[in-house]
Design a protein around this ligand. Structure first.
Ligand code: CP3
Length: 343
């Protein structure tokens, strides 16, 4: 029996697909009543540490919508906890004792995935058993600079001034922190792939806060190190850097198979800067899910026409908002699947 490659993975590899595959960043979350029902009884940390519950929440959006991809339910800060630094969610990550000295860094040990986050790997195994064969499972980690922002500042922030000032004041200690994170996230993603993740994504939510020089010197090398180390796995490697439109020449030079883009630019523009063998992932503004159905349809079709056929995974340009109507998501998925290339 031939087992067909899920469209999600085929598009990432530049192979033909019957339709443009679609998944949604933060597709398991508070906009779904079934997620809120589970969260009413269980706090977020317990949810991420209980494989049966994490798997159930991962599968919720797959049951409701015709999505082509599932993403493991966890958080970018989950492995940081495993590395020995306590994290609370309120609802964003809060670290009671931020990492700001060499002694702090000593508390952040290199991750041993089997020992430190076995529940993540078990969640992946459960999801793979339950997931329909045509849906691909994406594992993920935070990019080192984005994790550094939370670890140093200790709380969410718009500009991460504390972390960016620390980077300038303490370049050597910063490099050591980023090094430990790069090594640990490499081990983490490899363990996820061994457990059954079929593609992996690095979330660099805050890399775009940096100017070109600091990005190239500080944020990019650990990303390159992680992606290069995972090349031999053969699974598609996705890199998403929010606000990266002025950094695309650097990203074109990374061993990333897929590049996630936010909504601020067009995918045809991104393609001009990226390598022809790199697929694009994105990039509808999450706000457009609040438009009237005919406007949503026009925007989705225009985005797909602009992206052109092949090597495109449809997604939002950032995480879906908790206020979103799930029916708009159902319409979005149907629109993407129904679209045929303009001739
Ligand atoms: O469905 C999915 O996308 C999978 C699960 C997932 C979560 N967080 C669950 C979560 C993923 C991939 C993430 C990644 C993540 N976490 C990022 C990168 C993507 C991005 O948004 O830029 C970042 C920066 C974080 C850090 C984080 N965790 C924040 C800022 C917050 C609070 C704000 C928010 O968006 O909810 C969290 C908590 C969090 N992570 C929740 C969920 C479902 C909310 C917890 C709750 O139920 O209250």
């Amino acid at each position: 029996m031939t087992v067909l490659t899920p469209p999600l993975l085929a598009a990432m590899r530049g192979q033909p697909t019957p339709h443009t595959p679609v998944w949604i960043m933060r597709q398991a979350g508070r906009y779904l009543p079934e997620y809120r029902a589970i969260r009413a009884k269980t706090d977020f940390l317990t949810l991420t540490r209980t494989p049966e519950l994490a798997a159930e929440v991962t599968l919720q959006p797959i049951r409701r919508f015709a999505l082509d991809g599932a993403i493991l339910f966890s958080d970018i800060m989950t492995p940081v906890e495993g590395m020995g630094v306590g994290v609370d969610f309120a609802p964003g990550p809060v670290i009671a004792q931020p990492i700001r000295t060499a002694a702090d860094l000593a508390r952040l040990h290199t991750l041993d995935p089997q020992r430190d986050v076995p529940y993540v790997l078990e969640s992946i195994r459960i999801v793979r058993r339950e997931l329909p064969a045509h849906v691909g499972l994406i594992g993920f980690a935070g990019a080192p600079f984005t994790l550094f922002c939370y670890l140093v500042s200790g709380k969410p922030s718009k500009e991460f001034g504390t972390a960016r000032a620390f980077l300038q004041r303490e370049p050597e200690l910063s490099a050591q922190i980023l090094d430990r994170l790069a090594e640990s996230m490499t081990l983490y993603l490899r363990a996820q792939i061994d457990a059954g993740a079929q593609a992996v994504m690095l979330f660099d939510s805050w890399g775009g806060l940096l100017g070109r020089d600091d990005y190239a010197r500080v944020a990019l090398p650990p990303v390159r190190r992680i992606l290069s180390a995972l090349k031999d796995t053969g699974v598609p490697l996705i890199y998403f850097c929010n606000n990266s439109w002025t950094l695309l020449d650097f990203i074109a030079d990374l061993p990333a198979d897929v590049v996630g883009l936010d909504w601020r630019g067009t995918l045809s523009t991104a393609r001009k800067h990226l390598r022809p063998d790199q697929a694009v992932q994105g990039n509808l503004d999450p706000a457009v899910l609040f438009a009237a159905p005919d406007v949503l349809a026009a925007r989705v079709n225009a985005l797909l026409d602009d992206a052109g056929p092949g090597r495109h995974v449809f997604n939002l340009g950032h995480g879906i908002w908790p206020e979103t109507d799930p029916d708009a998501v159902a319409r979005l998925v149907d629109l993407v699947h129904a679209h045929r290339p303009a001739r």
